[in-house]
Ligand binder design. Structure first.
Ligand code: ATP
Ligand code: MG
Length: 564
């Protein structure tokens, strides 16, 4: 991930790390981690965190850990662990041997819980969860102490042991830290450390029926791994005093937590919990639907890891919440695809063209440039013959003033081929629909230029009917109609902001034959139409393409209007 350019202008996190290195705070070491909870698929917000944590470990010659914070056995599944590993690797982050699971620390955490009980810093509480929240009070008024708060150490040890042995029902007892029920920070009001959950865990199986809470796990996991800088999003700011409290009570390695703003992008929802609803209500075909902001969805859509990393480095690090325009993400994608995607010709809505003066049965192989941005991509041959397809949109029988494409009597250039002129229009007798154009070509214009210097206003893409392959093409629009989909009034449902027309499937598109052996994930620019990639739904009989992004750079437009 050496293209993480963020170091050129130091953000506040890197400034802190520089200072720590200067003062030799951690003996010059930098150890970062990405700590997802395996309860869903990763999204582009997580990519920001991954790029930040991994990028910093690389820039400072440090170490990067991947740790699954798997403290909630009810919601976690192996499927999510596997998808996260695949996605993080695809993004280009490398954790080497440093793959960890918070669940591997359960024994250690249990011992630490015992220590806190023995030190009079934790107690078993029999209040119900409703009572616990009621006793906790409100942010502007102190809470009330639990009647179980002053149990003896012996009683607490006995009850905690029996919780662990499965003697009690779920919800009947919890272990709580004994801190301060009047603390202004609600997280410090005797938070729950352990709860009884009689469910098996994806890694520890049925070994445990008590599970540590995320808050009793996260900070200590960082500590166990000797993480130097624990970089997390702002919602954990209020949890930091609690993590610090546990670490101080236990006298263990004190990781420095630094918070940064979550990534928000217009027209996207970046919350795992919310994305679960999109998937479970079948608004999309699954986590990897190309309309999803998940890493797996973006990959299937045709995004490159380079474009996502470039985006993450361009947005930089902020200390307060903000929203980035989706157009910037698409701009980064276009820039990258422009360099790497070969150009081909494909016709999405075919209109038949017969070249009347072209010999029957003849085929010419014409030279076409694969990528004008990359000479090393070379050239290829495209077959030309008497019957072609052009785009329906490229012809108008009765064109308005500004329409410069094909029309009756008009001449245009076919890319890499010839000038053609429309001489007749054939219509369906019943419907009046245009079903075929009769054209002539000028043999003198082979390659696309007229020796007499005459000009045409348009160059169009085309395919040879006999040689083209048929494919389905899926066009996507934004998944939400509203730039801030979660921004709804009371009584309204954010899911109503889902765009009902976010997917259009075009069947029987005609694709240049050089793509015959294209494989899922292969990316192309269909000339004049956008960037496309082969979808995994392709079969040996039929290719399926996703449009990754159109060619129009909306970001440039936004930038221009800002300068005004
Ligand atoms: P969500 O709230 O979306 O359901 P989460 O934030 O709880 O998910 P975790 O698996 O806990 O997801 O996140 C792993 C790491 O990714 C955390 O360090 C978190 O701060 C970071 N992260 C999550 N969402 C974003 C985001 N939108 N932008 C930047 N970092 C994020
Ligand atoms: Mg979380």
């Amino acid at each position: 991930m050496d293209d993480t350019k963020a170091s050129s202008s130091k953000d506040f996190i890197r400034t802190i790390i520089d200072e720590d290195i200067r003062t030799n705070k951690w003996g010059g070491k930098v150890v970062t981690r990405f700590p997802p909870e395996p309860n869903a698929y990763l999204h582009i917000g997580h990519a920001k965190s991954i790029c930040l944590n991994y990028g910093i470990s690389q820039e400072y010659n440090g170490v990067f850990h991947l740790r699954f914070d798997d403290t909630n056995p009810c919601k976690e599944e192996e499927e999510f662990v596997e998808s996260m590993i695949e996605d993080i690797r695809w993004l280009g982050a490398d954790w080497g041997d440093n793959l960890f699971y918070a669940s591997d620390y359960y024994d250690q955490l249990y011992e630490w819980a015992i220590k806190l009980i023995k030190d009079g810093k934790a107690y078993v509480c029999d209040l119900t969860s409703d009572q616990i929240s009621e006793y906790r009070g409100k942010w502007n008024e102190p809470g009330k102490e639990s009647p179980y708060r002053n149990r003896s150490v012996e009683e607490n040890l006995d009850l905690f042991e029996r919780m662990k042995n499965g003697e009690f029902d779920e919800g009947s007892h919890v272990l709580r830290a004994k801190i301060d029920m009047a603390a202004s920070n609600m997280n410090m009001r005797d938070p729950v450390m352990y709860r009884i959950l009689k469910v098996s865990h994806h890694r520890t199986g049925d070994k445990w029926c008590i599970y540590p809470t995320y808050d009793f796990t996260h900070g200590q996991s960082d500590s166990i791994e000797k993480i130097t800088h624990s970089l997390c999003t702002l919602e954990f700011e209020d949890h930091r005093p609690l993590y610090d409290w546990y670490i101080e009570q236990l006298g263990i390695h004190h990781t420095q937590q630094i918070e940064f703003a979550r990534l928000n992008i217009t027209y996207m929802v970046l919350s795992k919990r919310k994305l679960v609803q999109v998937v479970e209500n079948n608004y999309v075909s699954g986590w990897d639907d190309p309309r999803m902001p998940t890493i797996t969805g973006l990959r299937r859509r045709g995004y490159t890891p380079e474009s996502i990393r470039d985006f993450c480095s361009r947005i930089g690090m902020a200390k307060s919440d903000n929203t980035v325009e989706i157009e910037l993400l698409e701009h980064c994608l276009r820039e990258d695809l422009n360099k790497r995607a070969n150009r081909v010709m494909s016709v999405l809505k075919p209109l038949k063209v017969v070249i009347e003066n072209y010999p029957d049965g003849k085929t010419e192989e014409l030279d076409a440039i694969n990528n004008p941005e990359d000479e090393s991509a070379g050239t290829r041959k495209v077959p030309f013959s008497k019957v072609l397809y052009i785009e329906q949109d490229d012809f108008m029988e009765d064109p308005p003033k500004k329409f410069f494409r094909l029309a009756p009597g008009r001449e245009v250039r076919l890319r890499y081929a010839y000038f053609i002129k429309c001489v007749d229009v054939v219509k369906d007798e019943q419907t009046g629909e245009i079903i075929e154009l009769r054209c002539t070509y000028d043999p003198e214009t082979r390659g696309g230029n007229a020796p007499d210097g005459r000009k045409v206003k348009t160059t169009m893409h085309w395919v040879s009917a006999e040689h083209a392959i048929e494919a389905d093409v899926r066009l996507y629009d934004r998944l939400f109609t509203n730039a801030n989909p979660l921004d709804v009034d009371e009584g309204e449902n954010w899911l109503d902001n889902i765009n009902p027309d976010s997917l259009t499937v075009l069947e029987s598109c005609r694709i240049e034959p050089s793509l015959k052996n294209a494989k899922p994930q292969d990316r192309f620019q269909f000339e004049r139409l956008g960037y496309f990639c082969v979808d995994k739904d392709s079969t040996s009989d039929k290719l399926v393409f996703n449009r990754t992004v159109t060619l129009r750079d909306e970001w440039a437009k936004i930038q221009k209007s800002r300068k005004k």
